[in-house]
Each structure stands twice: as structure tokens, then as C-alpha cells.
Design a protein around this ligand. Sequence first.
Ligand code: NOJ
Ligand code: CA
Length: 579
Amino acid sequence: MTDQISPSHLDGDPNWWSQASIYQIYIRSWVDSNGDGIGDLRGVSSKLGYLAWLGIDAIWLSPITRSPNSDFGYDVSDYIALAPELGNDSDFEALIAKAKSFGIKVFLDIIPNHSSSKHPWFIDSRSSKASKYRDYYVWAPPKSDGGPPNNWLDGTGSSAWTLDDDSNEYYLHNFLADQPDLNWWNPAVHEEFEKILTYWFDAGVDGFRIDVAHGIYKDRYLRDDPIAIADVMDAPFGVAPIFSKNRPEVHGLYRRWREICNEYDPPKVLLGETWVNKPETLARFFGDGDELQLTFNFGFTTSLFEPTAIRRSIMGAIGGLPMGARATWTGSNHDISRFGSRWCNKDKDKIKVALALIFMVPGVSVLYFGDEIGLADSDLDDADLLDNMSIQARKRIGNEKAFLRDRVRTPMPWNSQVNRGFSKGDKTWLPISDPIFGDVEEQIADHSSILNWSRALISLHSEISLDAKIEEIVFSPVQWIYRIDKFLVNVTYSRENLYKTDRLGFDHLELIMTSLGMDSHGGDAKNDDLASHREPVVRGAGEEIPPGLVGVGPTDEAHLEGPFAVEIYRIIGQPNDVR
Ligand code: NOJ
Ligand code: CA
């Protein structure tokens, strides 16, 4: 399947990222090459052929540099040296070379908001108020009552300030106390990170996903954050982080970083982890085309998977983009519940619809590893939990509200061998859950699998032109039909409400994919037309559409509870003259 794949068609294109499919690899959980139970760089290299087969244009690797692993790589103790448990320099070079041979680009994660408390900068900074590194971090004296300088909260819901007894000053940490925030008001910090960016770009990295991209600068006056109002997304503990994060000065930083990116040919790419709610706030991160090329659109990720909400989120995100900018779509990542659970309640049909909505859109689509086989959140015993941030947050805000991130970090199930092909070791760092819809090997062999569905969508995604827009054709509470470029996407929320697409005035539509008739709903079809197309799931171009496939006309009844379905048609003929 794998090694004869030719380099991606995007190779050499300076705008290769514009309509890319990116695959997020949480490296500890993807492939373990040496049996220590932890995924690693060699493991990634060994499976790049799989990603090429899937049609992936770029990978984003979760952090790979040295870390005490309080937050598994997001607490960095060296921004250049690799984490020994993940591999060495030659493993990294081999990965870059192999990725290149497949035409797969490589994003690393950069963590400029904070380092580890074990980073030599912080150790020195803490050693004395006179340290050369003191101002690399945010230090402030206690309030008159001895308490922390302000009301800012960290990622666990506790005060974001920890007192250093020796100097009687507090240091700031927006995440764990082991993750002191860097002080971006200090030009020396800028210089350090410019060196870090350049180091990795020169080593062949194509871009960075920027951790906490909206949060790097803090208010110069350390003003209290206000109580959260409804439209603040990143406010899990009821306080709106408008002073502890989200400061406008960050845009100057990104303009500078973009200049560095543009010194390369093709230019390097920046993808921000931008937890902001409003499309207009997100738009600012593109600058005038001189800041980040890409920004995660978490308004989509956190939308309800409900017809009106998801459509509004997609259309709103596209509408809010500045001229020429591309949206970035994702359903899951290593911090939040997987969409297979969160949106789809482990329903195979809904997972297929969700994947279609992630890919049949203009812009960049990002899969979190395992989403392509429909992984759901794992059920773990408390004894297995390792993620400090969510364990501490759970203590503070209770089981219900705190999502346990370990549940989406369990290793990838590749096949039926020991440890599901993830590792040959005796024990894996987190336990492996059984995949509901089969492992990778099983799904490769099953043409109606979620994996083959994902692969077909990734291929269509790459056909969408860079100036494609969504043109809405039908929208009702039970139906959304839109045209994107040469495709017509028919999202239905009830089997009874399939729209007769032959009424839409298109000259000729060729059905190329349908999620309908999946086994999970076998036997409950309400009419013969539906029952007749249980078989075909992914159709090759040029195949005839069997009669009756366009279904029945709409009824007045809304069945919002009903299964979701999606059909994708190719518009044949004169696309500009179809209506
Ligand atoms: C966002 C990352 O995605 C998350 O995993 C991490 O814990 C925080 N930033 C802190 O780095
Ligand atoms: Ca390993």
C-alpha cells in the first residue's frame, strides 16, 4: 500500500498549505518503535507511508523537545534538544528526509507562552532578583495582604501565581505551576525565540503550530480579569482572560515571526492555537496578510453538532475571514473530547457526516490521530490517569465539567497484534482502548469503513480550488445543501428529509459519496429508495448512479433526533451555468 506513493502534488507550491489536510500526531500515542511503551520519532517515520496513502499533506507533531513531562512536552526544559524518550537527532533527520520523500510537510509545536520550571532560564531566574534571567519571567510582589498580585487563574482553576519564598515574589503561570510564563515585554525573550524558530526551520521543519497563540502577552499593568461574559470562549473558570491573555501586542510579535518565515522559499507556515470566540477577533491574527497564515477556528470545533448551529458556525467563520485568508477546521485535538464522542455519540453515520463537514469546506482541515477511524473518548480508570492539568481541574470544578484529557490520548490501534500494533513492549504509557469501528488494518480492508470514507474525503478536499466559496442552495432546520466548487454537498438531518436533488436545476450530478444505508441503521429504512442504496458508500468517478438514489422529497416533519446523512455529488457539465 505504501512505499510507492509519489510526493504530494503540493510540493514546491509556496501556498501549499492553503487547502491542505493536516494530521495531528500526539507522538507518545502513535507508534512506539522500541518497545518502551511510548510513541516516538522512529515510529512516526515508520508510518508515514500510511499517511501518504491517506492523502495527508502535512503532519503536526506534538512537542518533541526535552521536558520533565508535567504536561507531556508542553513544559519545555530545552527548546532545541530532543526528548530522549522520543528519539535523537538522527531519528529526527531521518523523519524529515522520509517526510520529504513522500511530499509530507512537517509542523512542530512551539511553546512560547511558558517554559518548564526546570528550564535553565527559570532556574536561574528564580535564583536571585539580580539574575540575568529574572525578567525572562513574570515576577510581581505580593499584594499588601500577602496574597497574589491579581485574580488571574491558571489551567487548573487555581491562582495563576505561585510565591517564591526566597525572594518573596510571585511568578505567573497560566497553566501548571511547573509552567512559568515567559515575559514577552522583554526583548531578550524575543531574541531567544527567533533563534529557536530559525534553528528548526533550518533543520527542515515547514512550520509551527503555536501553543496558546492568543495568550503570549499579558497586561503590562497586571490588571484583574473580569467575570466572564457569554462570548468569551477560553474562560473555563468563570473569569474572562482579557488581561492574562488576549493582549493586542501579540500582533507585533507575529508580524516579526512572519518576516522570518518569509525569508525561506517556500515560506514557512505559522498555525495559531487561537482560542478566541468571535470571527472578527480571529481575523486579527491574519493581520494584513502579514501575521499567521493559519488560525484554528475553534468556534467550529466547539459548535453544537446540530443543523442550525453547525451551519451558522461554518458560514460565520468563512464570512469573518479577511480577504485571501483560509479557515482551519478541526473536530478534535489532544485537549478536548473527540468528535466521535462529543458530536456523534459514537454513531457511525454521524461520524461520517462530521468528517464530511470537516473536509468539504474551503481551507485547511486537521484530523487528530485516530479521527480517521472514528475513535471515541476512552474510558479510563482513575489509576491510569496521568494528565496533571485535568486531574487538578477535576478536583476544583468537579467530574462533570473537567474533561480528562488522557481519554483522548490513548494509543492508536493499528492491528490485532500485541498492544494493537502500537508497541511491542509489556506496558504502554496509557492503556489502549478497543476501537469501536475496528483498527486501521480492519478498516483498510472494509470499503465502507470510516477510514476509507476519510480517505475519499481527503482526496475531494484536495480538489477544492483555492478561491472556492460555499454557495448555499437549501437550508432548513432539517436540511443543508450547498455547493462548493465542483461539488454539491447534501447534509440531511433526517432520513425522511432527503431532498430530491434533481429538483435543484443542475444539469447533471454524479453521486460520488453517500453515508446512507450504513449497517448501524440496517432495517429501519422508511422507504424502498433508501433501502436500495445500502451497499455503495464510496463511488468511483464515472460510475453510474443507480436509479432512486436521490431519495424522496422533503416532508414537513423535522426529525432532528434522526440520524444524520450526507451525500456528495460532483457537478458535471458547466459549473457556472447550473442554476
Ligand atoms: C495548549 C496545549 O494544547 C495543551 O495541551 C497544553 O496543556 C497547554 N497549551 C499549555 O501548554
Ligand atoms: Ca518508544
